[in-house]
Design a protein. Sequence first.
Length: 209
Amino acid sequence: MLSELSSDPDVKIIPIVLDQSCLAELPVPLVGRAYLDLSEFRKRGLFLGSVMQHLAGDVTQSEMLAWISYTIRKDDLYKSAREYFHRTSVRFMGNARTHQVSINFMQPLLAPQWMWDSPEWGYMLNDEHDTYCPTKGRWHWDYFSPGRSMQSLGTAMVAQFFPDDAKEELQWAIEDVGRILAVSFISMIRKEEAFVLDVDEIIMCISSD
């Protein structure tokens, strides 16, 4: 049957390799054909269904290989982020009534000094409203577009995992992740709702962006 299909010009056959050792044992109709090596996917435990979905579409071999390479790099990033962020045991809690955000139920979340020194944030950290007063650990969140106040909350959260004297290059990265948190988490919570955010959820927000 495979021999018949391989000679049909309307049939595209792409051998999928899940283990390098099977390359020496391919059936004759598949020998010499370009194959898709998913052994690294299988070794990492990545979801193979997404690969099949891409294959079913009209993609070229180079596009498919580029997508596989991107997915593996993304998995590397996820593992690196998970390893780094888990070095610091941090959980954030937001009180729905007071809008106080605390770290591990104990200390209020305060902006690091570099945020105060930054023209990006310093001008607004002294503001005081019902749901926003960073000097007292009170921060704004709501089910709305992620404005500057919510971005400042995301940035202050992410900054807790890094040194207070973070270099400027690192500050930019912290701000980028803070904006991701504002979009994917903070702006998804109504202001009358409490929240809990732990390390694993932060990593999920980063990796899904």
